[in-house]
Design a protein around this ligand. Structure first.
Ligand code: ADP
Ligand code: MG
Length: 340
């Protein structure tokens, strides 16, 4: 099955053509017994961010959200970006998706600048963003029909069904979003993106809106799907345990404004991973401490720096004692009650 790579101006998807083919190096040794060897495949850099900066607003209302972001994402790896709320994680993700353009620096996919959204980079949002008037099947079919317009109808239909089954929604394929739980909606959202067969899967806190139990079930499902498909995945999360469970590498996003990336933490845990088993693993616990301690320390430093840099005049508060709000005793006269 070939993916369609021609432009389709009538759709909501801007399709870009990247003429980058996977390169496999063949080493031919000049020896008497001619030996042809396929070199071990080294993961190539698929995404590259060089000194990327992004801010919003102008003049005095301008905020520099991201500054000096440098990162290489390798083909086939699962990278998790962890950070506090408001630090610029979604802005970072929108840059990768091509929904925002950087103010400074360069954003490259396979060595070419990212100029806009593309089905090559499938984004799953926190808030599902499904079309409410379409069923589960209809939501997924819309994406498939847009991206794979040249496929025969039956092939597209089978493709849609495959992804409905993959996320365990066969029984609910005819339902509309308002008839689904939060976890089911997020499954549709995931299936819709996976069905477009993106080269890179971008997950922006896909599980943050879910209750803890549903979240842990879906974590394992995402992990299982990724272990089968092994496509490049960048996932934003505010949950350190989740990041360790799924990722090969964890990169913290320091608190903003002017947020930059922190040091890389490599997750050296065997796969397949299961959350219930990891709780007892000393590597897991050590990594959880290291990442959490880093995030807490960097946030404290950020607060201290902000307080030190603050030019706002310090307001001396008067030393007041709260007055009792208890009702005054019933007066026998109608005199207004004067309190001192
Ligand atoms: N389109 C926008 N216009 C103005 N400010 C924005 C815009 N998008 C994000 N911001 C600001 O950038 C900062 C980071 O936002 P965001 O990337 O959503 O953070 P996070 O996802 O980490 O919670 C916030 O202060 C937010 O108000
Ligand atoms: Mg966000």
């Amino acid at each position: 099955m070939k993916r369609e790579s021609e432009r389709s101006p009538g759709t909501a998807f801007l399709i870009q053509i990247f003429a980058c083919e996977f390169k496999m190096s063949v080493v031919v040794r000049p020896s008497p017994s001619i030996e042809t060897r396929v070199a071990p495949q080294r993961p190539e850099t698929i995404l590259s961010l060089k000194n990327v900066g992004k801010g919003f607003g102008s003049g005095v209302t301008r905020t520099e959200v991201l500054t000096n972001i440098n990162l290489n994402v390798r083909e086939g790896e699962f990278l998790a970006v962890v950070g506090f709320s408001g630090s610029g994680k979604s802005t970072f993700m929108k840059l990768l998706a091509g929904l925002e353009t950087p103010d400074t620096g360069q954003l490259l996919m396979n060595g070419l600048p990212i100029a806009g959204p593309s089905p090559d980079r499938g984004l799953v949002f926190q808030n599902y963003s499904l079309l409410p008037w379409l069923t589960v099947r209809g939501n997924i079919a819309l994406s498939v029909d847009s991206v794979f317009r040249s496929w025969p109808k039956a092939e597209r239909r089978d493709h849609v069904e495959k992804f409905i089954e993959m996320v365990g929604l066969g029984h609910a394929a005819h339902r509309r979003p308002h008839e689904l739980s939060g976890g089911m909606r997020q499954r549709v959202s995931l299936a819709r993106t996976l069905a477009m067969k993106p080269k890179i899967l971008l997950l922006d806190e896909p599980l943050s809106a879910l209750d803890a139990l549903t979240r842990s079930v879906l974590q394992e499902e995402i992990l299982k799907i990724w272990e089968e498909e092994r496509q490049t995945c960048v996932m934003i999360t505010n949950d350190v345990d989740e990041a360790i469970l799924v990722a090969d590498r964890i990169v913290p996003l320091n608190p903003g404004p002017n947020a930059s990336l922190g040091p890389t933490f490599t997750v050296e845990l065997d796969r397949p991973r299961r959350a219930t088993e990891l709780n007892h693993n000393t590597t897991f616990r050590g990594l959880r401490n290291a990442v959490t301690n880093y995030l807490v320390a960097v946030r404290q430093k950020n607060r201290d720096d902000e307080a030190a840099a603050s030019t706002a005049p310090k307001i001396e508060l008067p030393d007041l004692q709260p007055r009792s709000l208890a009702l005054p005793r019933k007066s026998t006269t109608n005199r207004p009650i004067v309190t001192s």
